[in-house]
Write a protein that binds this ligand. Structure first.
Ligand code: MIC
Ligand code: SF4
Length: 647
């Protein structure tokens, strides 16, 4: 039986476990990446392992998230990460060089390789045929130390692309279509593999937009074949030598099939507050009484900030002025993109139209500035529109393509770019403006001992964990609903992100979006349990969404279902992740109920259902905690953090 492309790469990298569907497999990781908002913790964890030089083929530390330096904290973190990188064999991409996923695609990604990154949009690398997976910082630290990265052998979904995108319809519309079909939990436990003759019509940046936002499906990762278009992209980057052709076997067997005819797609938008709340522009305008007036447009982020995107934006803005009621921000994805825009005149057109050009970084996407006005309507080319993420609690964020964003910025309302008429061919240069002067190579290993790690006063230790107790008796300190994101659990934004290296301080903001009194209540209780609905923990890879609850004494989280990375982060932190066997039992638990689990260690070891008693209601219910032998051992001893050398 033939293999899918994803299976070929997974098989070639399986170093532990049995290569069978549904079983846990340990993967050899060729490359890692970190960014600064998750990186400090990851490197604190890496340092605790006592390993000298990283054992990967290539590890890169990017500075792209915490670039607004309104205090010493972010700059201190950058300095810390730079010093760790220099000492331990890690390449360091300096602030200003660009967003990790964009730069990694340009400068380091290679078909057939495995990559894990402490950021959920690491699957961007699937655009050039990598198996690129988002993970918690601790898992990335283990991989840097040469340890395997464990996943459950996923289901493989074949998304067959036929036809060709119509003018002004974009790669963003392909992934929005898929989100409308599969939803934000439709990809959990799955790899999305793209096949079919439509693949060849898409350039690498377009493919990367699609694999990037596969994260919003909850998928383990997404992948495109490596073909002549991949080769042309790598050649333009001066890296043709890493190109290899890769595709699925003709007789590959997939678990699910989805057909998308590219020619049938139209421009769409994901409406507030979820990336799968997808509607056509016509529907949205009709709901708004004809035309939806807008306040802000932001173009950029790791989803849509390539040169190809910026060329389209420049063309649409050429000779026009941004509507007087609209603020337009543009953040090119990398120094390379910005340089080429400066060289070919695209930047001048964008500036002349009145755009506010920002540095090449995550910026508004993570609430680092550019928060919209009160109840403002913001069109963004980003990948997430969760409530409050923009920094304005009552803002309404719509996710759109760069084409829709630019056309609307000029019109002042949500606008269909197809009204622009004929679309010129946007041709990418054969040679990109390669200049790696902002990527600092590590020191020679023989000089590593002499390199001092520069630790600022805001950088605190990893919180303490403890072996799993025999009995648990604790109050339900918070009950939340379905699709709770890590932006709910541990919000980001310009005010909170500088606390990423200081768990006691950042914990004060835990669950602030849902209930501002939670941190105080949880601390006062000493230990407690959180109850939630389905797809709990969707969104980012931030392990802070597990470490803050750990610090606040959360011992277990009981939900209908978990998102993959967050569940793993809870396990790594020694917090028990339980799922209701019968989802109806969710309704029978109230905040304030006292819950108890007896013989917890024995029940976890036995691997069967775990019985939770609701002492307040006088009822019991069953939960499940499916774990491999390896993970069970880790959980029993209190999570990965107490066993950092166990790799
Ligand atoms: C995000 O887009 O939510 C982030 C910020 O990039 C996160 C990582 C983080 O919280 O630092 C992610 O996607 O993993
Ligand atoms: Fe940065 Fe936004 Fe991409 Fe996250 S989604 S890596 S914040 S650009």
């Amino acid at each position: 039986m033939g293999l899918t492309l994803a299976e070929k790469i997974l098989k070639a990298h399986t170093v532990d476990g049995v290569f069978e569907k549904g079983r846990e497999i340990g993967l050899k990781i060729d490359q890692t990446l970190t960014q600064d908002a998750t990186g400090t913790m990851a490197y604190i964890e890496f340092e605790a392992m006592g390993i000298g030089q990283v054992k990967t083929e290539r590890s890169v530390a990017y500075i792209d998230h915490n670039t607004l330096q309104s205090g010493f904290e972010n700059a201190d973190d950058h300095r810390f990460i730079a010093s760790v990188a220099k000492k331990h064999g890690i390449y360091y991409s300096r602030p200003g060089n660009g967003i990790c996923h964009q730069v990694h695609l340009e400068r380091f990604g290679a078909p057939g390789k495995t990559l894990i990154g402490s950021d959920s949009h690491t699957p961007t690398g699937g655009g050039i045929g990598m198996i690129a997976i988002g993970a918690g910082g601790l898992d990335v630290a283990v991989a840097m130390g040469g340890g395997a990265y464990y996943i459950t052998y996923p289901k493989i979904v074949n998304v067959r692309l036929t036809g060709k995108l119509s003018p002004w319809v974009s790669a963003k519309d392909v992934i929005l279509k898929l989100l409308s079909l599969l939803s934000v939990k439709g990809g959990v436990g799955k790899i999305i593999e793209y096949t079919g003759e439509g693949v060849g019509t898409l350039s690498v940046p377009e493919r990367a937009t699609i694999t990037n936002m596969g994260a919003e499906l909850g998928a383990t990762t997404s992948i495109f074949p490596s073909d002549e278009r991949t080769r042309a992209f790598l050649k333009a980057e001066g890296r043709e030598d890493v190109w290899i052709p890769l595709s699925a076997d003709a007789d590959a067997v997939y678990d699910e099939e989805v057909d998308i005819d590219l020619s049938s797609l139209e421009p769409m938008a994901a409406c507030p507050h979820s990336p799968d709340n997808v509607k056509s522009l016509g529907e949205i305008n009709a709901e708004a009484g004809g035309r939806m007036k807008i306040d802000q447009v932001c173009i950029g982020s790791c989803t849509n900030s390539s040169l190809a995107d910026m060329l389209k934006v420049a063309y649409i803005l050429d000779g026009k002025t941004v509507h007087p009621d609209v603020s337009l921000a543009v953040s090119p994805g990398s120094k390379q993109v910005l340089t080429m825009m400066a060289q070919n005149g695209a930047l001048e057109k964008i500036l002349a139209a009145g755009a506010r050009v920002l540095e090449s970084a995550c910026g508004p996407c993570i609430g680092m500035g550019q928060s919209p006005n009160s109840a403002g309507i913001s069109l963004r080319t980003f990948n997430r529109n969760f409530e409050g993420r923009s920094g304005t609690k009552d803002a309404r964020v719509y996710l759109v393509s760069p084409e829709v964003a630019a056309a609307s910025a000029v019109a002042g309302y949500l606008c269909d770019p197809r009204a622009l008429g004929d679309m010129p061919a946007f041709v990418l240069p054969e040679q990109f403006a390669v200049n790696d002067n902002m990527i600092t190579p590590p020191a020679d290993p023989k000089d590593a001992d002499g390199i001092e790690i520069l630790r600022g006063p805001n950088i605190k230790e990893y919180p303490k964990t403890a072996p799993l107790a025999d009995h648990l008796r604790a109050e339900c300190s918070l009950k939340v609903g379905d699709n709770i994101t890590t932006d709910h659990i541990m919000p980001a934004g310009a005010k909170i992100l500088p606390l990423r290296s200081n768990i006691p301080a950042i914990s004060k903001h835990c669950f602030a979006v849902c209930d501002e009194s939670f941190p105080e209540r949880a601390l006062a209780l000493g230990q407690s349990i959180v109850v939630g609905g389905s797809n709990y923990g969707q969104g980012s890879s931030r392990e802070h969404a597990a470490l803050a609850p750990l610090y606040l004494g959360v011992k277990a989280v009981i939900v209908k279902s978990f998102a993959r990375i967050h569940r793993q982060n809870l396990l790594n932190a020694g917090i028990l992740p339980l799922e209701f066997v019968d989802e109806a039992d969710y309704d029978a638990v109230s905040q304030g109920d006292i819950l108890a689990v007896e013989d917890l260690r024995d029940q976890v070891s036995a691997g069967g259902p775990i019985v939770v008693k609701n002492l307040t209601k006088g009822k019991s219910f069953e939960t499940r905690c499916e774990l491999s032998e390896r993970m069970r051992a880790i959980l029993l001893c209190g999570g990965h953090s107490t066993t950092p050398r166990q790799i």
